[in-house]
Design a protein around this ligand. Sequence first.
Ligand SMILES: Cc1cc2nc3c(=O)[nH]c(=O)nc-3n(C[C@H](O)[C@H](O)[C@H](O)COP(=O)(O)OP(=O)(O)OC[C@H]3O[C@@H](n4cnc5c(N)ncnc54)[C@H](O)[C@@H]3O)c2cc1C
Length: 401
Amino acid sequence: MSSDNDGIVIVGASAAGLSAADGLREGGYTGPLTVLDEEADPGYDRPMLSKSLLAAKEHVAPAALRTRDQLAAKQIELIAGHGAKGLDIDRRLVVTNCGEAIGWQHLVIATGVTARPVVTTGGTPLPTLRTRGDLAAVRLLATSGEPVTLVGGGFVGLEAAAALRSRGVDVTLLCANHLPLAGALGDAIAIWLHGLHLANGVRFRLGSATHRVAETPQGYDIHLADGRAEQATNVLAGIGTEPATDWLVGSGVQLDHGVVTDAAGRTNVDGVWAAGDIACRWDQSRRRHRRFEHWTHAIEQGRRVGLNIARGEATAHDAVPYVWTEQYGLTLHMLGERRPGDTDIVVEGSITAGDFVVVHGTDDELHGATICGRVRALRTLKKLLRARASLNDALGSAASA
Ligand SMILES: Cc1cc2nc3c(=O)[nH]c(=O)nc-3n(C[C@H](O)[C@H](O)[C@H](O)COP(=O)(O)OP(=O)(O)OC[C@H]3O[C@@H](n4cnc5c(N)ncnc54)[C@H](O)[C@@H]3O)c2cc1C
């Protein structure tokens, strides 16, 4: 660790940060390279936390993204258990919560997001599922034999519901929307997904946000915005995320629901870059800044930022957004982005059979696709989305497949 400003420092040793380190070495950067992370044992397969690792009967640690040997082979110094507390852009220093000041020539911000807290009226935050430590705590809830109430019907909440049901846990899911994931998937797929959870024994309270949670001797009283109340023994909250930007407040790096970057990943401060969930990147095609919380996006964008720094380039990261979710042994793949008001058209298979290709768009614009089962459609639809093809092109490609 050095206070000289001759090296590159990456803050966050997960999908984006470690990929940025790889991109730097791949791009020919041979100087000092330090990756800093507040977790004691960072860099693991985060998506598995709410899937097989929660469903597993025995505790299994999440797979590491890199071994110590792999880091050493690329001369990447990992400083684990040291969080960044502040950033001095004039003196080009990252200040850690252990009191060090680490100098940098280029800095990559890859601190991701944290789970948005739900705090009881008594001031206690409800458990969430974001880190390996959270997994251990949530697994304890599952082994208690008591029912679990999930606050939030997003991807993590639904995956946790499926994993807990596979272990025989009684699950109630509270969801602010009329159907879980209706915005991202459209009503037709959301109705099917909701039915899948009902068929697997999940109890739902739909259409009202959680307003207030009070602790009781037995657990919790959860008050919904529409006046209904739920009693819960164990709870798990999954109501979204917050970009982990606390340490950057007042630093001079532009923040706006994340770290604002150009299409190449550069922030407003010379030599400071951002990648992954935290990066709110300029999207030339949509003419606005956008932030994604997708695993492959974090990996690809991190690598691109590393290559850009190493090669002195400013190449845009311009991939088609992709995210998947696994529930009850089925994998849903989502490409592009369904937008409000989009029409959803089944181009192959059947939604009720859980085997389909659905495209989303408006007028003649193709915006996204959701695929279950028929994975060979992924490549074609990715190509069409990249080429900004029309809805008709997507329908035509299905007809000719
Ligand atoms: C339970 C769960 C399931 C998911 N499932 C899927 C899925 O199925 N498909 C999908 O595409 N995506 C999924 N995601 C999203 C995916 O995990 C993220 O998009 C991805 O992890 C983002 O990578 P990142 O490197 O940008 O950030 P993160 O993975 O959040 O990593 C940020 C790192 O920065 C560190 N850090 C934070 N603050 C500081 C600080 N001040 N100082 C030092 N270090 C700091 C953290 O400890 C962490 O290691 C899931 C996420 C969760 C939580």
